[in-house]
Design a protein. Sequence first.
Length: 133
Amino acid sequence: MAEGDTEAGRQVALGGRHTLEIRREDGADVVTLLAPDGRACLSIEVGEGGPVLRLEGTATLRLGGALRVDAERLELHGRSGVALTSGGAMEVSAEGDMVTQGLRQRITSSRGDVQVEANDDLRLDGERVLVNC
């Protein structure tokens, strides 16, 4: 067994007392970045289903340029919430139908108008429709 090899796989010492571990697990190859306390920070598992990236704890992706994600279908899920923010303008568009749903919904313009346009009918349906109140 070579230096850095263990029964579990190969380990490489990194700066900041981190360790890179490479092992085979249940038919997949796994590369794991371990923190100094031994917990997994980042894992990449490569198996028959393709690569799976796992991040543990709080993670930040910081780029100096643009980030583009292109996928056949994209799903984002936050177990306790999701926040989208922008330091500039934000645009949300869809070539198909757009549906928003929530327990309650609020549209607020902190400065300026709210403009609603429809190419066809505009419908408001509520138990009560309150205007200017």
